[in-house]
Design a protein around this ligand. Sequence first.
Ligand code: CA
Length: 461
Amino acid sequence: MPYAIDETHDPNLASWVESANDPETDFPIQNLPFVMCDPDNGDGPQIGVVIGDMVVPLRSLWKRGLLRSVLEADCALAAPAACPCDTQPQCACALSCEQRRGLRSELSRVLSTDADVEQRKHVEEVMIELHPEQLLLPMQARDYTDFYASVYHATNVGSMFRPDNPLLPNYKWIPVGYHGRASSVVRSGTPITRPHGQQAPSEEGGTPVFGPCKLLDYELEMGVVIGHGNALGQPISMAEAEDHVLGLCLLNDWSARDIQKWEYQPLGPFLAKNFATTVSPYIVTMEALAPFRCAAMDRPAGDPKPLPHLDSPANRESGGFDITLEVFLASEEMRRRGLAPARISRGNFKDMYWTAAQMVAHHTSNGCNLQPGDLIGSGTVSGPRRESRGCLLELTWDGDPWANPPVIKPGTARTPIELPTGETRKFLEDGDEVIIRGYCQREGFRRIGFGECRGVIQAAR
Ligand code: CA
């Protein structure tokens, strides 16, 4: 694995940006996630790095003579016109792993309490306050692919529709996925309009209805952001897969369950998913995540070993990510009464059956080319416990294939979740806000977070 733990992860490292030393912050000096910001200083929209409650715009910093040892004049990040991908937000994607490591190391130095006084002054001149709602989409994905990598999610959902045969025969051999829609990937905070769509007839042979979705859901996922692409026809091997990943963000794959149920066979999800996908504004880099790597999920006894092109000792040992993920819901009524959003689930990204490296290797195994800034969704992150289910379809379902003995119930048996106002939800209602948060924590290291991925449901048009 190319991502090593170094001096930038030292838990004792502190910053002269005071807010970065708050034990509760998602963005201590050990994190330094990429964002897209517009500092409104004439330098235009550009990549920034977040520290505490501030953003450091990198091109503005470069123009003041910093980061020169790391970034050449023709470097995409410093000179947007030279960006090989034409669009500024992808500039960080164009950096090599080595440049990224150098950039992190240099930024860690100028933001630390040991910073050179002159350099600190330059950073102070260009840095702006962090207002998450003013950040731009962190990547300009030309393609978005969504996987289905949690065996808990796949088994729960499969059990609702095929109780005797929840997992299809391919599940343990390939990371199942579909091509999503990049044009409707939106940044955190964008309101989500309840989609219209065609829904199954109420009786067999009847006429389907077209109208607003009645079973609107979220899906808690991680987004994997591609840095370097691969040439068409040239697969990415497991050994190289992580070199192609820039970092991770939070992702909400909004899902219209009634539309999905009617349309998904035989070609998979289409209009039930492509009306909106929300991503958090922060890309937490693979470098920052180095201390929080863990073994890939232990395959239960009897499960097949992946085929060689989807397997490697490094992936088995450290292909996973230990990231705690939480979903909060706030109804309009809760916000009106000033109540804090209620946590409705808590899971962990380490529970995925397939790793990010396996998704990248599988995606390109036929020669398909990934491009800088492409977005890969992990699929709903669910775990073995009821509280770790990553969408309402699972969370309010009364079945539990993981209980001993398993409880399998048809998809219609549901217990709603209750909110602090006494309101109940089986699926999302207009005015509901869904907030995803994530963080990494490990003894001996500084906690780092992913910020928030938010969206409010608006009434259908
Ligand atoms: Ca999904």
